[in-house]
Write a protein that binds this ligand. Structure first.
Ligand code: IMP
Ligand code: MG
Length: 181
């Protein structure tokens, strides 16, 4: 029988860790966006699990929207070029946008997306990433909120995929090398 757990080398962020991260970030965002006009924008598909848990920890009125970009194919390294596959529906004028990403790696995706959204008259753009791999950054980008730093290993679960699989793993783990090498 094929199971997901069998393909995981090590658990890096457990379900209990994720719960604590969401509580901490949710409380911080609730504090920081008290008098703002909050629009939470998730980058599909990786941010979905994180975004649904995080927003349930934000005790403020807010709207949600999504956009989809392509950067990875089926490999484990970013291609470097970013393309919008699905745009948001809401007109950004007057909103304080909180961009939600699963993992910040080279930084190219978030740099591209935040530049594109800033050109549309949002009141402000703030970046929240669940995971950060600071060792791999190639562009100058510092996230406003980070769940936790991870080492330079390929990680899956809680929304993050390898070749569109493993997103439904309830924790974040490093993938066994034999799976992608
Ligand atoms: P960046 O543009 O290089 O910062 O890449 C960010 C995107 O690459 C994320 O949205 C992920 O989809 C993907 N990515 C980067 N590292 C990993 C990883 O370790 N596991 C799964 N996806 C990853
Ligand atoms: Mg992604």
């Amino acid at each position: 029988m094929k199971t997901l757990n069998n393909d995981i080398n090590e658990v890096l962020v457990s379900e209990a860790d994720l719960k604590k991260i969401n509580a901490r970030l949710g409380a911080q965002i609730t504090e920081d966006f008290r008098d703002k006009n909050l629009l939470v924008v998730g980058i599909l598909k990786g941010s979905v699990y994180f975004m649904t848990d995080l927003t349930r920890n934000i005790d403020l009125p807010l709207k949600i929207d999504f956009l989809a970009v392509s950067s990875y194919g089926s490999g484990t390294r970013s291609s470097g070029s970013v393309k919008i596959i699905k745009d948001i529906d809401i007109d950004l004028e007057g909103y304080d946008v909180l961009l939600i990403e699963d993992i910040l790696d080279s930084g190219r995706t978030l740099q591209y997306v935040s530049k594109m959204l800033s050109a549309r008259n949002a009141k402000s753009i703030t970046i929240c990433t669940l995971l950060d791999k600071p060792a791999r950054r190639v562009v100058d980008l510092t996230p406003d909120y980070v769940g936790v730093d991870v080492p330079d290993e390929f990680v899956v679960g809680y929304g993050l995929d390898y070749d569109q699989q493993y997103r439904n793993l309830p924790y974040i783990g490093s993938l066994k090398r034999e799976i992608y090498e």
